[in-house]
Design a protein around this ligand. Structure first.
Ligand code: TYM
Length: 336
């Protein structure tokens, strides 16, 4: 069986981009009986970006409820919270001790922050924590702790999976002369999965404040869709679907036939108001049922917690024996 593993950082409210780019394909993959799926809430990673405890806690609840409401079958997939797996921080330390600092110097998240500081004439390390600097080591532990073969991610995360692979190789080289203990992971970027644009046409992302949350009420969903930026072409004037956020989101939710029809409607000069009304109806139809389940689950946090506890038990049953072997391989085990 192929082990498939991916995580979502628990900052913010899940949006259409997370759904189309990560959650929907992951839930589909979990139904494939050739896969063994591990999906988790990366709440330790959240601490790197967010120091508001209430916000991290709320986001964890929202993201967990989202996966469950969308129909993740937790009997098929192992669904857990990173911080419940005590083995992960321990493996993180082991990896810290074999990971070259130079490798971390090249990590995008850290380098990006340094570049911003320098551009702003500030000290290069201003507000950069060790958490941000060693973020890829924690992510490597997430992946290697479960022997993942495939890690489906967006393009922004490719480098991190490659770094996890490097660390696994190095660990095996130093400590596992006879038989490698750590599985080398591969990233998986699905080119058919869209990177959704947000209200302003840039990538939909909480850091740009341009998202459409997945489980907005109907009225709010309509309002948000009406806010999608468009050009000034009038009804009756032909419009270019390939540069339109309305069309891009349409395509992510529609059947191929519906997409072809909308492409034709753009050529025929559909008005923006009309196109947005149709987009609202389409998205709403896909999410309406799950939204009810989501609202129901959000009112029953104990049930969400029970699912996470069940997942933690399954996840630790995989992590603990591997960690024992890892400890032994580095020389940490009982004296008698
Ligand atoms: P995160 O939380 O930033 O993103 C979660 C997933 O959502 C995808 N995504 C999008 N896809 C399409 N369109 C968009 N507009 C959009 N915005 C986000 C991302 O590509 C990603 O797949 N470090 C990781 C979490 C993590 C992890 C891991 C992932 C921690 N440990 C181990 C895999 C394996 C992160 O911050 O993802």
């Amino acid at each position: 069986k192929q082990r498939v593993l991916t995580g979502i950082t628990t900052t913010g409210t899940p949006h259409l981009g997370n759904y189309v780019g990560a959650i929907r394909p992951a839930i589909e993959a979990s139904r494939d009986t050739n896969n063994e799926s591990f999906y988790f809430l990366a709440d330790y990673h959240a601490l790197i970006k967010c120091q508001d405890p209430a916000a991290v806690h709320q986001s964890t609840k929202e993201i967990a409820a989202t996966w469950l409401a969308l129909g993740l079958d937790t009997d098929n997939a192992v669904f857990y919270r990173q911080s419940d797996i005590r083995e992960i921080p321990e493996l993180t330390w082991m990896l810290n001790c074999i990971c070259a600092k130079g490798l971390m110097n090249r990590a995008h998240a850290y380098k990006g922050a340094v570049d911003v500081n320098i551009a702003e004439g500030e000290d290069a390390d201003k507000a950069i924590t060790m958490g941000l600097f060693s973020y890829p080591v924690l992510m490597a532990a997430d992946i290697l702790m479960f022997g993942a073969h495939k890690v489906p991610v967006g393009k922004d995360q490719i480098q991190h999976v490659e770094m996890a692979r490097d660390m696994a190789q190095r660990f095996n080289h130093i400590y596992c002369k006879k038989e490698p203990l750590l599985t080398l992971p591969n990233f998986q970027v699905d080119d058919n999965v869209a990177v959704l644009q947000g209200l302003d046409g840039r990538k939909m992302s909480k850091s740009y404040g341009n998202t459409i949350p997945l489980f907005l009420g109907e009225k709010q969903l309509k309002k948000h869709i009406n806010k999608i930026k468009t050009n000034l072409l009038e009804p009756g004037e032909a419009k270019d679907p390939d540069t339109s956020t309305v069309f891009q989101i349409w395509q992510a939710f529609a059947t191929p036939e519906q997409t072809a029809e909308m492409r034709q409607a753009f050529a025929d000069g559909i008005g923006w108001g009309d196109a947005k009304a149709q987009l609202f109806a389409l998205v709403n139809a896909e999410v309406a049922e799950a939204r009810e389940r989501y609202e129901d689950l959000m009112a029953r946090p104990a049930d969400i917690e029970a699912e996470l506890q069940k997942g933690a038990i399954k996840a630790r049953a995989v992590a603990a024996p591997l960690l024992e072997k890892i400890r032994a391989s580095v020389g940490i085990f009982g004296l008698a």
